[in-house]
Design a protein around this ligand. Structure first.
Ligand code: AMP
Ligand code: MG
Length: 523
């Protein structure tokens, strides 16, 4: 008799449900995870059931990141599982969890906030990387305050589409695996329906987490949190004289880079409160965000932001202001190497020096991106002024942000024959022509020919971004249970730099009805 292994325990490939494998891969108590920080940092509780959920969106890319098959979306029980419904008994230590944080909202200290409508399921490890999975909109938590713990279909689809679109634009961001919806009514400015977006990130730690423990004078917890972030994400900080100052430095650099990327693509976050700032410099908490259509440097995407605190042109300053709050929160950890009597003063000086690095990082980061957007391989005096003058005439003419940059690639360094597409976006043709002449003169100092410059520019100036009206159209259909437009839009936005001539309409100027669209914090 020959030895043959038993096949009795092996799943049958034809009948195995990929959801079982996915659910088993999500671990709520992985070594070194945020969850392991324990009950000072989080509360474990089940999600509130969402009746009769359906799948409204699915990202096969994010699934692949987690090692899940693309067939997962069609698996029996998928919508239930990712809505937080489960028929299993949760083990007490395997329950999902909501974390506690605080923060500054619109420049004012708001005290304790926390995951008021999000629960983390745990972490998945795949291909050497670890990701936390979080259900947003999964019901009330101890941190819900007056809120209902829910998210609506509209905002969940917007977060799903935009976080995936940002990733494909090359901008650091949390990701999204799926959106599930339900007919359960939810009251906002009008009646809407509930949904859950499953978002995915190496970490959901925010500046506000540090502010929370610092403001409560819980320095041991503050240190444990900082140690967790250093251990997992910035291990090189451990070798620094002052690891916590080094952590601040990492946050300063990644946040400066992020702000430069937002500015360069015309993205407005809308609610840059310190509780919406990722310690990893990721775009997080998509709410009333917006990509600028006709350029207005003062553009305010959030209808609730009457003062324009988070207007487009303010974003870099606000990022810096938020980092200042982070530095303030970390201050008790700084200066271990100093004598006690000197520590306070020296630590403040150190923190200020590290914060200064924002300016020396942000400006060159944005200038570099602007040079790439203009197709300039070399750096010369006056490049900055050339870019700023373009922004000035774009602003004066409300020229479309995305299309202006995209069309610049058609211009030639030899003559004005390729100017037409960009020029048509400017009512003041003379202003455009004056700028175009200077741009052409600058291009003629570059060795690269027109064709190869155009190729390079089309790799940094997207043709497709998630314009508000595109999201709105997909949402209107989804409300009628037709999710094909969510899928189509997601597919187009996966390749934002490709011509995709068959989808030209998705790159066009917004229709007239789009001017009345308003997005606000209430979502
Ligand atoms: P946001 O403006 O979405 O970043 O939310 C700010 C704070 O309010 C966070 O603590 C959220 O968890 C909480 N929050 C927002 N909406 C709700 C809601 N519908 N129910 C409970 N908490 C919410
Ligand atoms: Mg938030």
């Amino acid at each position: 008799m020959t030895f043959s292994p038993s096949t009795a325990d092996m799943p049958d490939a034809r009948t195995a449900n990929p959801l079982d494998a996915a659910a088993a891969a999500i671990q709520s108590q992985r070594e070194g995870s945020f969850a392991q920080l324990g009950s000072t940092f989080l509360t474990r509780l089940p999600a509130a059931p969402l009746p009769a959920p359906y799948v409204a969106g699915f990202s096969a890319d994010t699934a692949a990141l987690l090692g899940f098959p693309a067939t997962l979306a069609g698996a029996p029980g998928f919508a239930d599982y990712f809505s937080g419904n489960t028929t299993r008994e949760w083990a007490a230590d395997a329950l999902p969890y909501a974390s506690v944080y605080s923060g500054h909202q619109f420049g004012v200290w708001a005290g304790q906030l926390g995951d008021g409508r999000a629960l983390s399921l745990g972490e998945v490890e795949h291909a050497g990387a670890r990701y936390e999975l979080q259900l947003k909109g999964s019901g009330r938590t101890p941190y819900s305050r007056m809120g209902d713990g829910r998210a609506v279909l509209r905002s969940s689809i917007r977060e799903f589409l935009c976080s995936e679109a940002m990733h494909h634009l090359g901008i650091p961001t949390t990701r999204a695996l799926c959106v599930t919806g339900s007919d359960q009514p939810v009251r906002r400015e009008e009646m809407e329906t509930a949904a859950v977006v499953t978002r995915v990130s190496p970490s959901f730690v925010r500046f506000g987490h540090f502010e929370h423990f610092s403001s409560n004078d819980r320095i041991d917890a503050l240190r444990a949190l900082a140690d967790h972030v250093i251990e997992r994400f910035y291990p090189a900080c451990k070798d620094d004289d002052d690891p916590y100052l080094a952590l601040l430095n990492e946050a300063v650099l990644s946040t400066a880079d992020l702000a430069a990327q937002w500015q360069a693509v015309g993205f407005c976050h809308g609610v840059m409160n310190t509780d919406n700032m990722s310690i990893l410099g990721l775009t997080i908490d998509y709410g009333p965000f917006g990509f600028i259509d006709g350029f207005d440097a003062n553009y305010i995407c959030n209808h609730s932001d009457s003062q324009g605190r988070y207007a487009y042109r303010m974003q870099p300053q606000i990022a810096y202001w938020n980092l200042f709050c982070l530095a303030q929160a970390l201050l008790p950890l700084f200066g271990a190497r100093y004598e006690e009597s000197q520590r306070g003063e020296r630590s403040v000086e150190d923190a200020q020096r590290v914060l200064e690095a924002f300016k020396t990082r942000f400006a060159p980061a944005l200038e570099g991106r602007m040079r790439d957007k203009l197709g300039l391989e070399t750096a010369r005096d006056g490049d900055d002024a050339l870019a700023n003058r373009l922004f000035e005439i774009m602003h004066a003419n409300r020229a479309d942000f995305t299309l202006t940059f995209r069309h610049l690639a058609q211009m030639s360094k030899h003559d004005a024959r390729g100017d037409a597409a960009a020029r048509d976006l400017f009512l003041d043709r003379a202003a455009f022509d004056a700028w175009a002449n200077d741009y052409r003169a600058r291009l003629s100092q570059e060795a690269r020919d027109d064709a190869s410059r155009a190729l390079a520019m089309n790799r940094v100036n997207p043709k497709f971004v998630l314009r508000n009206h595109l999201a709105e159209t997909a949402i209107r259909r989804a409300k009628e249970k037709d999710f094909s437009e969510v899928e189509r839009l997601a597919a187009i936005l996966r390749r934002p730099f490709d011509e995709q001539p068959e989808h030209a309409a998705y790159a066009a100027l917004p229709p007239d009805w789009a001017t009345s669209l308003e997005v606000s914090c209430s979502s």
